[in-house]
Write a protein that binds this ligand. Structure first.
Ligand SMILES: Cc1cc2nc3c(=O)[nH]c(=O)nc-3n(C[C@H](O)[C@H](O)[C@H](O)COP(=O)(O)OP(=O)(O)OC[C@H]3O[C@@H](n4cnc5c(N)ncnc54)[C@H](O)[C@@H]3O)c2cc1C
Length: 427
C-alpha cells in the first residue's frame, strides 16, 4: 500500500489512552519504524480516570502512571514532552510547536484528547481557588486545596463533578453543587433515574442548586465568592468546574483536515487528509446507534480507536465497528451503567422499565423493534456486559422481550444457550 511505502516515521500528538494504544499496536504489528511522540505535558502517560481516587487518597500518585520512562525507549519512541502543537500544516506535512519550531511528518496521528471547559468571569485574584479536573496538575491542585477547605462549590453536575464530590467528601467540608439543568447527570440519564443519585447526595449533606449557572467568581476575605445567575453569593475555599470537555482540535482549524466538534474520522481513523489519523476524545466518528458522527469521550473508546489508528498506520487495515457511548462507573456508591441510547429523549425507541426508587434501583432498556439499542442501569448493573453484547451484535431479543425489564435479572441466564463474547475490535 502507498502508506507503507511512503511513511518513513510515525508522528503522534498526545500521550494518553489513544496515543499509547497506537504505539502498542504499531509495535505489535511488527512495524519498527521510528515513532515521535509529542505531548503538552512533561510526565509519562497517566490515567485521568483514576485522578479522583488519588484526590480521595484511595490511590497513590505514583499509581496513576500507566507506563514509566523506560516504556518509550523500549518501544523506540522519541519523546518531545512539555511542548504543545499549535498547528498542523498538511500542505507541507509539518507540525508547528509552541516554541516556534517545525517538525516534518510522514504519517501523523492526532490523539490530543480534550480539555475541560472553564468558567468565564473568574477574576485573576480568584483563579487560585478555581480548578477543572482533567490533568494530573488539576488533581494535585484540588487535592492540596481541598485538604484545608471548609466550603466547596462544584459547578456542573456531570460524572466528573460527582466523582470529585465523592473524593473530597468529609464531615468537615460543606459542599454546594450548582447544576445548570434541573437534574444531575443530564447527559447520561433521565430525570427519574437521576433522583436515585440526588437522594444519595442529599443524604451526604450536599446542597444542590438546580437551574443556575455561575456568573462570576471573585476574591473577598481570603476566599472565592461564587455568584450564581440567580444572584446568590456563595463563599468557597475551592471551586471545582465540571462543565464538560472540548476536543483539542484547534491545531487543525483552517486546514484541509475536516472537523466539527472533533476531527472527522472514518472507521479506520483516517481523517479527510491522506496519512493523517485522529483517535480518542479529539476524534469524531460514526455513532452506530444514532447514525450521526459524535465525539465519544470515554477511555475505552480512546484505547480502541488508538489501536485501530496504530494498525492502519502500520499498514494493517483495521476498522472500528459498533461504536457507541458506554460507561460503567460508581457515583456516590451507586453503580451506573449507560450504553447506547440511554435516555428516553433519544426519541423513537420503546422503553422497557423496572424502577424501584425506594430500593435505589432503576433499569431501563431501549428497543428499536426487536433489538436493544440502549440501556441505563442504576443500582444494579450485573448484566451490563450481556446487554452490551446484545447492543453491539444486534441480537434479536424478541423471545425474551417480556422478561428482560424486571430487576434483578440475570440476562445471561435468560439468553441461555448463547455465549456472549465481547465484540472484536480488529479488522
Ligand atoms: C476525572 C475523570 C474521570 C473520568 N472517568 C471516566 C470513566 O469513568 N470512564 C471513561 O470511559 N472515561 C472517563 N474519563 C474520560 C477519559 O479519561 C478520556 O476519555 C480519555 O482520557 C481520552 O483519552 P485521549 O487519549 O483521547 O486523550 P487525553 O486523555 O485527553 O490526553 C490527551 C493527550 O494529548 C496531549 N495534548 C493535548 N493537547 C496537545 C497539544 N496541542 N499538543 C501536544 N499535546 C497535546 C495531552 O497532554 C495528553 O497527553 C474521565 C476523565 C476524567 C478527567
Amino acid at each position: 500500500m502507498s502508506i507503507v511505502a511512503r511513511a518513513r516515521k510515525h508522528t503522534i500528538i498526545g500521550n494518553s489512552a489513544a496515543g499509547l494504544s497506537a504505539i502498542k499496536a504499531i509495535r505489535k504489528s511488527g512495524d519498527s519504524r521510528p515513532i515521535v511522540l509529542i505531548s503538552a505535558e512533561k510526565c509519562p502517560a497517566y490515567s485521568p480516570v483514576l485522578t479522583t481516587y488519588y484526590i480521595g487518597n484511595q490511590v497513590q500518585r505514583s499509581k496513576l502512571f500507566l507506563v514509566d520512562e523506560r516504556f518509550y525507549s523500549k518501544h523506540g519512541v522519541a519523546t518531545i514532552f512539555g511542548r504543545s502543537v499549535e498547528a498542523v500544516d498538511p500542505g507541507h506535512r509539518q507540525i508547528h510547536l509552541d516554541d516556534g519550531s517545525r517538525l516534518d511528518y510522514d504519517n501523523l496521528l492526532i490523539a490530543s484528547g480534550a480539555s475541560a471547559r472553564t468558567l468565564d468571569n473568574v477574576t485573576p485574584a480568584a483563579s487560585k481557588y478555581v480548578s477543572t479536573l482533567r490533568t494530573i496538575a488539576d488533581a494535585d491542585k484540588i487535592k492540596a486545596v481541598s485538604e484545608s477547605a471548609e466550603k466547596v462549590v462544584v459547578t456542573g453536575a456531570g460524572l466528573v463533578s460527582l466523582q470529585t464530590i465523592k473524593a473530597i467528601l468529609t464531615s468537615k467540608i460543606g459542599i454546594t453543587l450548582i447544576s445548570g439543568s434541573e437534574q444531575v447527570l443530564s447527559q447520561q440519564m433521565d430525570r427519574e433515574s437521576a433522583l436515585i443519585i440526588q437522594a444519595k447526595l442529599a443524604a451526604q449533606g450536599i446542597d444542590i442548586l438546580f437551574g443556575r449557572d455561575v456568573s462570576q467568581v471573585y476574591e473577598k476575605g481570603g476566599r472565592a465568592q461564587v455568584v450564581t445567575s440567580y444572584g446568590e453569593t456563595l463563599p468557597a475555599d475551592l471551586v471545582v468546574v465540571g462543565k464538560g470537555v472540548q476536543p483539542n482540535v484547534q491545531m487543525v482549524r483552517h486546514t484541509s483536515i475536516k472537523a466539527n466538534l472533533g476531527i472527522l474520522v472514518d472507521e479506520r481513523m483516517r481523517t479527510s487528509v491522506e496519512d493523517v489519523y485522529a483517535a480518542g476524545d479529539a476524534a469524531e466518528g460514526n455513532n452506530e446507534i444514532t447514525g450521526e458522527t459524535e465525539v465519544i469521550a470515554t477511555w475505552f473508546n480512546a484505547c480502541a480507536q488508538g489501536e485501530i489508528a496504530g494498525l492502519n498506520m502500520a499498514g494493517r487495515p483495521a476498522r472500528r465497528l459498533g461504536q457507541f457511548r458506554e460507561n460503567v462507573t460508581t457515583l456516590m456508591d451507586v453503580v451506573v451503567a449507560s450504553m447506547g441510547a440511554s435516555k428516553p429523549d433519544y426519541g423513537q425507541y420503546q422503553e422497557l422499565r423496572h424502577v424501584d426508587l425506594k430500593q435505589g434501583a432503576s433499569r431501563k432498556l431501549y428497543l428499536a423493534g426487536s433489538r436493544i439499542v440502549g440501556a441505563l442501569l442504576v443500582g444494579n448493573a450485573h448484566d451490563a456486559g450481556v446487554i452490551r453484547h446484545c447492543i453491539a451484535n444486534k441480537i434479536d431479543i424478541s423471545p425474551w422481550k417480556d422478561r428482560i425489564a424486571a430487576a434483578p435479572l440475570d440476562f445471561g441466564k435468560i439468553l441461555g444457550g448463547q455465549n456472549p463474547n465481547w465484540p472484536s475490535l480488529g479488522n
